[in-house]
Design a protein around this ligand. Structure first.
Ligand code: USQ
Length: 399
């Protein structure tokens, strides 16, 4: 298949390009390299060094042949995006090109506004470009489990049957997001569903849980990034980074908040299943993409045990929660669709975490050099007060 990956330079995108190329797919990749700018703005870097985009593309063609066409573009540049899709003529478009950070969106008005504009406008631009340039292609849109929030009900895959005043209907399950970023994903979901209804586009909206894991290769140019700063590091990636530098891991609040998780390898397996089993014309379907539900305290103990296997003593230091989120709550998401398509989870979490710590240990000095980036400074309720560390990236982007 011909697969266009928007966001090919990111944590998931660079991994997915290689995963799909190994399966014989032809890749179109687009990126504006903004993730590099945002992490730099947070005063941090990828724990695992990553190559420049030119080095990455050179490595890609050496390993996989000439099976990637790269487009340097921002999705909000509608003319460039439409031209790229018209030229590449994809069978599937995977949309990973969004700002993925809840804390980043909570810094201040400018960041909330940027994240929502970037994400919602970029997605709208993509929907119109697909209508005009490749209306038969299947859109695989990365959403998030965070769109649903933590309702006191089991969470179905996108839709549920409701009875109200004696009438029944199948309706979208309520969205109750917990950050400006998560709300941008909710707005995207509505726009994608509407485009399917309006123009007959076909789409899979992937409600993905929190991803963890490294992707390293003998050729380091193929490595994907791994962030640990408070905005772009996901919780388990941060905990592993803390473990290797001897900093205690930091469950926020009581640590009893529960989320859906999956490894990077499992995310790749799920995304390729979605790509290889497209939605029907006009169909908007929702997959809940997660492997297991765990509390943050559970993660801390997984990391402690994995650290011990490497001879590391991992401390656990609970912190006042900088976020506004439920501490104790029901959490029972359904996730059947991907399993019905053949998703079989790969390694268990403790093995993946052990391997992650092994991959991170050679880079402990890079992490230790930015150890102060691990402490949370963005407070959901309060104004952000340390402008020194957010001086440039967004302003560069906005100017
Ligand atoms: N947490 C800690 N300690 C930390 C970091 C986080 O206890 O050092 C807690 C948070 O309070 C939260 C949970 O861990 O309850 C998950 O936080 P996270 O930063 O790993 O994940 P989140 O902000 O929800 O966002 C991440 C990705 C986002 C994706 C989402 C999936 O950054 O792109 O959409 O996971 S989900 O959470 O299912 O919405």
């Amino acid at each position: 298949m011909r697969v266009f990956i928007a966001g090919v330079d990111g944590y998931l995108g660079w991994t997915l390009a290689q995963h799909l190329a190994r399966q014989g797919h032809v890749i179109g990749g687009a990126d504006a390299l903004l993730r590099r700018v945002w992490v730099d703005e947070m005063g941090s870097l990828s724990a695992i060094p990553i190559a420049s985009v030119d080095e990455r593309l050179a490595a890609f063609s050496e390993h996989f042949g000439e099976c990637m066409r790269y487009f340097a573009l921002d999705l909000r540049d509608h003319a460039a995006l439409s031209a790229a899709l018209a030229e590449f003529q994809p069978d599937a478009v995977v949309h990973l090109a969004e700002c993925p950070s809840a804390p980043y969106s909570m810094i201040d008005f400018q960041h909330a506004d940027f994240v929502q504009n970037n994400n919602v406008s970029g997605t709208l631009s993509l929907l119109f470009a697909m209508r005009d340039s490749c209306p038969e292609a299947h859109l695989v849109k990365l959403g998030t489990m965070g769109e649903y929030g933590t309702p006191n009900l089991d969470i179905p895959e996108g839709f549920f049957e409701v009875e109200y005043r004696g009438r029944r209907d199948r309706l979208p399950f309520p969205r109750q997001a917990g950050s400006w970023y998560h709300w941008s994903k909710v707005f995207d979901s509505h726009n994608v569903a509407f485009a399917c209804q309006l123009w007959g586009l076909r789409a899979t909206d992937v409600m993905q849980g929190v991803v963890y894991g490294t992707w390293v290769d003998e050729d380091s140019r193929l490595n994907t990034r791994l962030d640990f700063d408070e905005a772009f590091g996901t919780v388990l990636n941060r905990f592993c980074s803390q473990a290797v530098i001897g900093q205690p891991v930091m469950p926020y609040g009581l640590g009893t908040q529960r989320r859906g998780f999956l490894s990077l390898a499992d995310s790749m397996q799920c995304l390729s299943l979605a790509i290889e089993h497209p939605a029907a014309e006009g169909e908007y379907r929702v997959f809940n993409q997660l492997r297991e539900v765990l509390s943050v305290n559970d993660l801390a103990h997984v990391v402690r045990a994995a650290g011990e296997a490497h001879g590391l003593a991992v401390g656990i230091k609970p912190l006042d929660n900088p976020r506004v989120e439920a501490g104790s709550h029901h959490y029972c998401p359904e996730s059947r669709h991907l399993r019905e398509l053949g998703f079989r989870p790969s390694l268990p979490i403790d093995e993946v975490v052990r391997a992650m710590i092994g991959d991170l240990l050679p880079h402990r000095d890079r992490i230790a050099g930015h150890a102060d980036r691990l402490a949370p400074t963005v407070q959901w309720r309060k104004q952000y007060t340390t402008p020194a560390q957010t001086s440039n990236g967004l302003r560069k982007e906005l100017s």
